[in-house]
Design a protein around this ligand. Sequence first.
Ligand SMILES: [Fe+2]
Length: 207
Amino acid sequence: MNSKNKVMKTSTSSRALLATPFINQKSKEIQGFGIRFKVPLGIKDKVCEESISNLNQILADTMTLRDLYKKCHWQTSGSTFYQLHLLFDKHYTEQSEIVDLLAERIQLLGGIGIAMAVDVAQWSRIENPPTGREEVPVQISRLLNAHQVIFEFTRKAAKAAAIGGDEGTNDLLVSDVIRTNELQTWFISEHLVSLSPVEANTASKRH
Ligand SMILES: [Fe+2]
């Protein structure tokens, strides 16, 4: 037979057992939420527990702010659409990076970081926006309020971590969370300043 006419057949066989993935596996979780294992970091247990708890609160609020930025990125409108569409997405990406840093710090300390939307909804203290679309000044006001919620809690948590000797958590909260949120607050709050781009607001204005 001409090799061009051969048919390559495939059949199912129990002889392939070793190469078959075991799917639909289930078991008990290996670490319950709120349960911490000891990690040899030289940080007191009580300090570790407080840091994990504070980091999880900031994580829940940061995940909400991250998603709020994406909502604003999609739903913004009007004459500043293009610049805000890009700016909101930049801030979304930066908040996503903070989410990863916070969650991994919690794991590093022996705890469990919340991960799923249902858990974020349960823990976040940021007010939920409507599912519908809002005007730009309202979008920005919501974002500024969300930043404010994060600032208030994070400054206290950073101080507590420094006093307790958890410098790593303090550094993360100050250098990454606070500094990034401060910069983002500046960039979006400037969009609420009512100045004309074409006419100076001076007493010597021509009439
Ligand atoms: Fe996009």
